[in-house]
Design a protein around this ligand. Structure first.
Ligand SMILES: Cc1cc2nc3c(=O)[nH]c(=O)nc-3n(C[C@H](O)[C@H](O)[C@H](O)COP(=O)(O)OP(=O)(O)OC[C@H]3O[C@@H](n4cnc5c(N)ncnc54)[C@H](O)[C@@H]3O)c2cc1C
Length: 404
């Protein structure tokens, strides 16, 4: 696959119009925390009939009954290209909005869709995917970020026919306002804590013992509320254990979501890169110093060229993913991590260069690249840091060789 299909291009055009009309005028107020992104997300989902598409998918799912182990459809209407187009267009205008949208649908909704029972999907994933409810995905803890599995301290204790959760999560997207939380916890037991199995639990807002902190003050992604989750003797019935089966290794489940988070970041980075490049080209052709447009200077041309090379590489990585998904060829962990590492670094570099090309203006809030630069940096941290991607790639290369 070398380019988007005609249908995807048309969707892209319509999304761009929606973003210009509905999203862009609200970005400044969302960034200042004067309004939350959720009503706009609902508007987006309804404007494009995404809720109806999801409902139709669910109807098929219900008609076919419980399909445990059946391959999961990815993306809207099973089309990862369309989901990528949504991500790209939202990220051009407001990466924070895209992050909050993706964390609810892709992470919280995705975790329940990946391993939940049919009843759990219908009760908790469907309202997230249609945006009636907002989801948060809680893995990271104050002392367990990169080493999320090994150092996790949140516990689940068996209690009659349910579980009692205790612990704390931090840096969780949407946590301050979410309705449905997917919380990872280690089962209390006799074995060595580091290797204890852990599981995902669905916790609803308002459950006794569950509380959340205020939105955290961050460098960027201001349109995406981030916060802490506190669990003090939170009792959940067994029906809220994702998959409802104990003992199955949940690491695989969480890794699958990490995998999705890693590959899913590429369209966000491409959206940011393309917008930075477009704005930089326009600026360089306008701005004059010493009686010349700055576009005439080779130092500026070198920056524009490097930005374009990154755009080409990120785009090629993305289309390679689509091709593999289309042919149902698995994307290896080394590929997913290499892709995330390259795309996130390229995105930060391009956004920084866009600021540089615009000089003092680039440093001002009035210029869009200022926000894009701060937002881009998060993509090198969230979903596994650059360093963790490097370690992952090297480990898989040394163990399995170069993926073909
Ligand atoms: C805005 C935002 C939104 C987020 N949203 C979510 C969310 O929705 N859900 C969720 O669960 N989490 C979320 N996170 C958490 C994110 O996934 C973690 O911040 C990330 O995984 C890094 O963990 P940490 O912050 O604890 O850093 P640490 O693990 O403390 O790492 C600190 C530094 O040490 C480096 N490092 C760590 N170990 C090694 C090693 N072995 N070798 C070399 N270097 C190493 C890291 O790369 C990093 O540079 C979010 C974070 C942010 C900032």
């Amino acid at each position: 696959m070398l380019d988007f299909t005609d249908e995807q291009k048309m969707a892209r055009q319509m999304l761009r119009q929606w973003c210009d009309k509905e999203l862009a005028p609200n970005v400044a107020r969302m960034e200042k925390g004067e309004i939350l992104p959720y009503d706009l997300m609902r508007k987006l989902v309804r404007a494009f009939g995404m809720d109806e598409m999801v409902k139709a998918q669910f109807q098929k799912l219900e008609e076919s009954g419980e399909q445990k182990g059946a391959p999961r459809e990815r993306g809207i209407g099973g089309d990862p290209g369309l989901m990528a187009v949504v991500s790209m267009e939202l990220s051009r205008v407001c990466p924070g909005f895209c992050l909050a949208f993706g964390a609810s649908l892709g992470l919280a909704g995705g975790a329940i869709m990946a391993k939940g029972t049919l009843a759990q999907k219908v009760k908790w994933a469907l309202p997230i995917l249609t945006m009636e409810k907002i989801g948060a995905w809680g893995m990271t803890e104050p002392d367990a970020g990169s080493d999320a599995f090994g150092s996790m301290r949140t516990t689940a204790r068996r209690d009659g026919d349910g579980f009692v959760l205790n612990g704390q999560k931090t840096f969780i997207t949407n946590a301050p306002f979410a309705d449905t939380f997917v919380i990872y916890a280690k089962l209390e037991g006799e074995d060595v804590a580091r290797f204890r199995p852990f599981h995902a639990f669905i916790v609803e807002k308002g459950t006794p013992g569950l509380s959340v902190g205020k939105p955290m003050d961050k460098m960027g992604m201001h349109s995406s509320p981030t916060g802490e989750i506190f669990l003090a003797d939170v009792r959940v019935p067994a029906s809220q254990l994702v998959g409802e089966v104990l003992g199955e290794p949940s690491r695989e489940e969480a890794r699958e979501v990490f995998h999705g988070e890693r590959t899913g970041m590429a369209p966000m980075t491409l959206g940011i890169i393309e917008r930075c490049l477009e704005d930089s080209l326009a600026y360089a052709k306008e701005r004059e110093t010493w009686g010349h447009k700055i576009a005439d200077y080779q130092l500026i041309q070198e920056k524009l060229t490097r930005m374009y090379v990154h755009r080409e590489n990120v785009r090629n990585l993305l289309f390679r993913q689509f091709e593999k998904m289309h042919k149902k060829v698995p994307i290896t962990m080394a590929e997913a991590s290499a892709c995330k590492l390259y795309c996130a670094r390229a995105c930060t570099e391009v956004a920084l260069e866009a600021v540089q090309i615009m000089g003092g203006n680039g440093y001002m809030r009035e210029y869009h690249v200022e926000m894009l630069m701060r937002d881009a940096k998060l993509l090198q941290i969230g979903g596994g840091t650059d360093e963790i991607q490097i370690i992952t790639v090297a480990r898989h290369l040394l163990k399995d060789g170069i993926p073909q």
